[in-house]
Design a protein around this ligand. Sequence first.
Ligand code: SAM
Length: 291
Amino acid sequence: MKEPTLGNPQNTIAVLQKYNFVFQKKYGQNFLIDTHVLDKIIRAAEIGKEDCVLEIGPGIGTMTQYLSCAAKKVTAVEIDRALIPILEDTLDGYDNVKIINEDVLKVDLAKLAEEENDGKPFKVVANLPYYITTPIIMGLFEGHVPLRSITVMVQKEVADRMQTGPGTKEYGALSLAVQYYAKPYIVANVPPNCFMPRPKVGSAVIRLERYQEPPVKVEDERLMFRLIRASFNQRRKTLANGLKNSPELDLTREEIGSAIEALGRGASIRGEALTLEEFANLSNIVYNMKK
Ligand code: SAM
């Protein structure tokens, strides 16, 4: 197996110039040019020779080379057609890599796991395009894609939102959704100078370890997520008003009042004060009330 050749500024510039590559802002293209960061991501993802990796957005193939060396197999989905001939060049000789030229949001990833890994769980590793971080992560979880862990570079602020609990301004629907499916852990903060071109924001590598079973028991997941969305859509309002104003819920003031009382919280409580466990309890109370 070949050693990685990319990951530093000189070789990245050489590849970009050879192909006259023009960065597409709309695709969130910020390529990694720091070998220490790449090593850190591979270590945090705990990739072994038995693992099949799904990489989202391989770019010019920098991280793909590292993943290829560590894993049994790498399947990488890249939207930008202009990068495909470049990937064929930079990944020449990395024989366990398959490139798929598609929009990852349109790919049936559960089916891909079936085809590429006999339905066994992927490890997802990526330097994500920041403009679609949330739909990618939620699509992986809600689409029930078989996966063991997700180790990804995201905007620092988004990593904080995924990891935080009640009582902070970052806490919201994304925190609760991520923590329902996985255990988050911030691996490293990464400054803009580790990328080409430099992003305007700080970045962080976060690892999400998928739970076998969610940490709370919920009768109806969709109902719980509707309640969560309703609570955070109107952050400044009380939980009762947030639930009453939601177009996704059909609850009377009386039903909402008695559900919040059964939860053991006062009428003036705001949704942002509830833990995941309390949202699970609230949704089970509402579920039983409506049954
Ligand atoms: N992995 C490379 C690296 O670390 O140098 C590139 C990372 S760059 C932040 C994001 C990559 O995702 C780009 O190559 C971009 O073209 C690709 N991308 C953007 N939107 C995508 C989509 N919807 N589906 C698949 N790939 C996408």
